[in-house]
Ligand binder design. Structure first.
Ligand code: CO
Length: 203
């Protein structure tokens, strides 16, 4: 079996560099984590949460899946949100999509892709909910817009969870943000679709 030895070499060098700058970094961090941010992003290898915002270990609690989808019945994602909000008491939940998302593209093409098509149905739903905004757009423009609209929809889904609704009812200092990342230039954009309190439509 191949052992990926170079990754262990990388790891030793990485840990040594951090210890050299701050000998207490790992001992301190091992005692507790107190991140202020929950990041819900795409699993795409080009969109690594900590690196994009240049934050060290301990600062970002992360959930990633294909096309950064928040599904009401996904116990994995809901458990992450629950732990982040109720135990870690994060102050921000960021849903971060990205342009050029393969999940969004796959949802909108005419081929079958196997099991993942069932997951991508959620993206097809987003396109159906927003059909009026996508009408008449060329293919590239439509995909870019759908990447944005998907973030807006998933922010709405986060806000609508009982977890976030209850946090706001209890007066928690919790904001939900919708961002999008451009893999062509490494730049993040705030879609200004977030919320930080109860909305009349439940999110
Ligand atoms: Co993606």
């Amino acid at each position: 079996m191949k052992t990926l030895k170079h990754l262990f070499d990388n790891n030793l060098a990485w840990a040594a560099a951090i210890r050299e700058k701050d000998p207490d970094f790992f001992p301190q961090l091992s005692k507790q984590q107190a991140p202020e941010i929950l990041w819900i992003g795409c699993a795409d290898s080009r969109v690594p949460a900590n690196q994009i915002v240049n934050l060290p270990p301990g600062e970002v609690f992360v959930h990633r899946n294909i096309a950064n989808v928040v599904v009401h019945t996904d116990l994995n994602c809901l458990s992450v949100i629950h732990f982040a909000v109720e135990v870690l008491k994060v102050k921000h939940i960021v849903v971060c999509g990205h342009y050029g998302c393969g999940g969004i593209q796959a949802a909108m093409d005419d081929h079958q892709h196997g099991l993942i098509d069932n997951w991508l149905r959620h993206i097809k739903d987003v396109s159906r909910f927003n059909a009026d905004q996508l009408e008449g757009l060329g293919k590239a423009e439509l995909l870019d817009r759908l990447c944005e609209l998907n973030v807006v929809e998933q922010v709405r889904n986060v806000c609508g969870t009982s977890i976030v609704q209850n946090a706001w009812l209890n007066g928690a200092d919790l904001s939900v943000h919708g961002w999008i990342y451009n893999i062509q230039n490494g730049i993040l954009k705030d879609l200004e679709t977030g919320a930080s309190a109860l909305c009349s439509d439940g999110g």
